[in-house]
Ligand binder design. Structure first.
Ligand code: MN
Ligand code: MN
Length: 356
């Protein structure tokens, strides 16, 4: 019989060491865990749950919702709203912050999440996930507004994701390393199977959507060209490419065996400052990557130091093995494309249209 720690034991032990381990933090993580177990169950049923396909609705960011996007969002809201640990929530699937219903007590934390990441992959039975970030609600605030959620990623109390793959895993960081837990379906508990995950500094594997190559900035073009040149090129080694188009699955691969992921800002649609969302994708994933010794960047600087301007703000996101990301940052310094121009960044000439 395996006797590794359960997630509950792990959280309680961590809580004893952390200042954040008050105000119901353990109970909040237990509820997040339950939400992920509920979603895992639903995903695992596949077509049998009758929940595949499009919902026929839109998430407010112009993206079609799958039925499972809507269901997973409801599960996150219902499972986390009642416990009294949260002052508010923000979801990829909701335009505005979710107000905790009046019959429930308010707590000291804010929960920000992508209930189902990679959902366009759901109908082809490829790994998907949930991503979450826990922030402190500013002191004295009981009805948090948009402004209260706009905290840099470095302020996160906890971040993590669930991956619904052949096995369901929960990977979290409370700011003291990154820990992976595997769902034991028989006993219904997450077991601490992957303590202290670290990312190797070097890699021979990169991931990027190469169909956007003609829109890349010069720094990204140079980096990928050099990887593709292989052993006879300036890098003097052969690289492999991977692309799953599911942020959680890409992150998990990089935590397991290294690699570099790029979804840089590009010129395809100047109104979009990247593809991935800062608050509930880049920040929680960036927190895990940095806690595992990797690096998370916009290409121009640390993603966790970005001051968010908007709940659904998009950002260029590059992360993974430290030395590779540093190389990419050097190339961005050497070849600052239009997005590296401080005037562009400060004035936000092309700030996302219809931002909310
Ligand atoms: Mn997502
Ligand atoms: Mn999603």
């Amino acid at each position: 019989m395996r006797t590794e720690k359960t997630l509950t034991e792990f959280i309680i032990e961590e809580q004893r060491r952390l200042p954040a381990g008050t105000d119901g933090f353990t109970a909040l993580l237990n509820d997040i865990r339950l939400a992920c177990k509920r979603i895992s169950y639903l995903i695992g049923k596949g077509a049998l749950a009758g929940a595949l396909g499009n919902a026929g609705t839109d998430n407010g960011q112009g993206e079609a919702q799958m039925k499972l996007d809507v269901l997973a969002n409801d599960i996150f809201l219902r499972t986390n709203e009642w416990g009294g640990y949260l002052a508010g929530m923000v979801s990829e699937e909701l335009d505005d912050p979710y107000v905790i219903p009046a019959q429930y007590p308010r707590g000291r934390f804010l929960l920000v999440f992508d209930p189902l990441d990679g959902s366009s992959n759901i109908d082809v039975n490829v790994s998907v996930g949930s991503i979450f970030s826990v922030l402190r609600c500013p002191d004295g605030v009981t009805e948090p507004t948009v402004q209260d959620f706009l905290q840099p990623g470095s302020q996160q109390v906890c971040a993590g994701y669930a991956i619904y793959g052949p096995a369901t895993m929960l990977v979290i960081s409370l700011g003291r390393g990154v820990h992976g837990f595997t769902l034991d379906r028989e006993i219904g508990e997450f077991i601490h199977t992957h303590p202290n995950l670290t990312i190797s500094e070097d890699t021979r594997e990169f991931a990027i959507n190469a169909s956007n190559a003609r829109f890349w900035e010069p720094a990204v073009k140079r980096y990928v060209d050099e990887c593709l040149a292989g052993r006879s090129g300036p890098r003097e080694k052969d690289f492999n490419m991977r692309w799953i188009a599911s942020l959680v699955a890409e992150t998990h691969r990089i935590l397991m065996r290294g690699g570099v992921f790029m979804y840089p800002r590009d010129t395809k649609d100047p109104s979009k400052a990247g593809r991935l969302r800062l608050l509930y994708e880049a920040n929680p994933i960036g927190f895990l990557i940095e806690q595992a010794g990797g690096r998370a960047s916009t290409g121009y600087g640390p993603v966790l130091e970005e001051q968010p301007q908007d709940l659904h703000q998009r950002i260029g996101f590059i992360f993974g093995s430290r030395r590779e990301v540093e190389t990419l940052e050097r190339y961005h310094q050497a070849h600052p494309g239009e997005f590296g121009n401080p005037l562009f960044a400060n004035r936000g000439l092309f700030r996302e249209q219809g931002a909310r």
